[in-house]
Design a protein around this ligand. Structure first.
Ligand code: KIV
Length: 263
């Protein structure tokens, strides 16, 4: 349980039929909670743009912001494998730039691996990074950085294309692949067809592992929650209750009491 998770241990989990647990995290306190809970993989997702920065998409997130958040997370993690998510335009405009940016996640931020979105188009980048010794997690299906090209955050249903993308990223050297927003039956076929672990989000129960955005599954906001998310707690409701109590007690003078004052 306390041994650091590696890309090889994730591969072994797939071979042994053990489900991989994954969540996002973006800062030290939450990464510490997630790591201590025993989650296998923490993704410092570019979903930070929507979950933390208040944007409508992940597109505005920058490399420097991702490095900053990844540093906060790796500082907290003793066991979980940390993956840094490559933001929009950090790997699309040339292989040298892609490898250089991927390297920053390992060299400056202490991540073990990086993730990028796409199928055949990003295979040259996956290969170049793998050749440089950087483990790469691929991400196919609903790829949020292509939201405008897809015409919205839409479930992807082209089975032939998805199977091809999955096989291509594996052949290019990815150690794992995220399957997002695809029918459960297609995710099952992909999972059976690949030797690398599949990590699903909105892709049904047959994937080798599951990932959710931490802020969604802990109920840290009152905004839109997609169908595939299960809210395990409602932190937002607890916070609202605590905040209302604090306001009332400050206003009526019952806080601070003797217990919270120095003699
Ligand atoms: O950015 C992110 O959090 C992700 C996950 C949803 C897989 O890419």
């Amino acid at each position: 349980m306390n041994k650091k998770v590696t890309t090889s241990s994730l591969m072994k989990m797939k071979q042994e039929g053990k489900r991989i647990t994954a969540l996002t995290a973006y800062d030290y306190p939450f990464a510490a909670l997630v790591d201590r809970a025993g989650i296998d993989l923490i993704l410092v997702g570019d979903s930070v743009g929507m979950a933390v920065q208040g944007w409508d998409t992940t597109l505005p997130v920058t490399m420097d912001e991702m490095i900053y958040h990844t540093k906060l997370v790796t500082r907290a993690c003793k066991r979980s494998l940390v993956v840094g998510d490559m933001p929009f335009m950090s790997y699309q405009s040339g292989l040298d730039k892609a490898v250089e940016n991927a390297g920053r996640f390992l060299k400056e931020a202490g991540a073990t691996a990086v993730k990028l979105e796409g199928g055949a188009d990003v295979c040259p980048a996956i290969s170049a990074m793998a050749k440089a010794g950087i483990p790469v997690q691929a991400h196919i299906g609903l790829t949020p950085q292509s939201v405008h090209q897809m015409g919205g955050f839409k479930v992807q249903r082209d089975e032939e294309q998805l199977l091809k993308d999955a096989r291509d990223v594996q052949a290019a050297g990815a150690f794992s692949v995220v399957l997002e927003g695809i029918p459960a039956s297609i995710a099952q076929k992909i999972t059976q067809a690949l030797t690398i672990p599949t990590i699903g989000i909105g892709a049904g129960p047959s994937c080798d592992g599951q990932i959710l955005v931490l802020h969604d599954m802990l109920g840290m906001h009152d905004g839109f929650i997609p169908k595939f998310v299960k809210k395990y707690v409602d932190i937002s409701a607890l916070a609202n209750q605590g905040l209302a109590e604090y306001i009332k007690e400050v206003q009526d003078g019952s806080f601070p009491s003797q217990d919270h004052s120095y003699k």
